[in-house]
Design a protein around this ligand. Structure first.
Ligand SMILES: [Fe+2]
Length: 161
């Protein structure tokens, strides 16, 4: 398929960083559903699923910390509060993912997967219901759009200019 040169140019992205992260959650939820299904039915290799899930989830958490949490902490401080909780939960999710990738087959892996899915869903819900609205309130639309462009530079596939 031929793509006209003008169609290949990158358009200026106008999306708030919070919307970008909501979109990433939208991709990660079905992966969590799939891991939960496999754990419930003891089907497939949970370690392989954990490797694939980690590929998206770990980079998602890193981007949140670098492009959102850090800027919020500059405004409200890093000690205590919701941002500290979110960072701790990122560490907990990542360590469960690492444990699952190294687990043997059987009930331990299923239990780890179930804990991981529950924690990740709960964490996403807190971000969606509390943290992202707080960011929108305190940072203002222009700053959120600037960070959305930074996100695009880090996340979107490279295309011809
Ligand atoms: Fe997060």
């Amino acid at each position: 398929m031929n793509i006209a040169p003008h169609a290949a140019k990158r358009r200026e992205l106008t999306m708030k960083i919070t919307d970008a992260f909501l979109g990433e959650h939208g991709v990660l939820y079905p992966q969590l559903d799939e891991l939960e299904r496999a754990a419930l039915h003891a089907a497939g290799d949970l370690r392989e699923q954990a490797v694939l899930l980690a590929a998206g989830l770990v980079s998602h958490a890193e981007l949140e910390e670098q492009l959102l949490f850090g800027h919020m902490e500059n405004l409200i401080g890093a000690d205590g509060g919701p941002l500290a909780v979110m960072r701790i939960e990122h560490q907990e999710v990542e360590s469960l993912l690492a444990e699952l990738q190294e687990s043997g087959p059987g009930e331990d892996a299923c239990d780890l997967a179930a804990r991981l899915v529950a924690l990740a869903r709960d964490h996403f819900a807190k971000e969606e219901q509390i943290l992202f609205p707080m960011a929108e309130e305190m940072m203002g639309e222009q700053r959120l759009l600037e960070l959305g462009r930074e996100w695009a530079g880090r996340r979107l596939p490279r295309r011809a200019a």
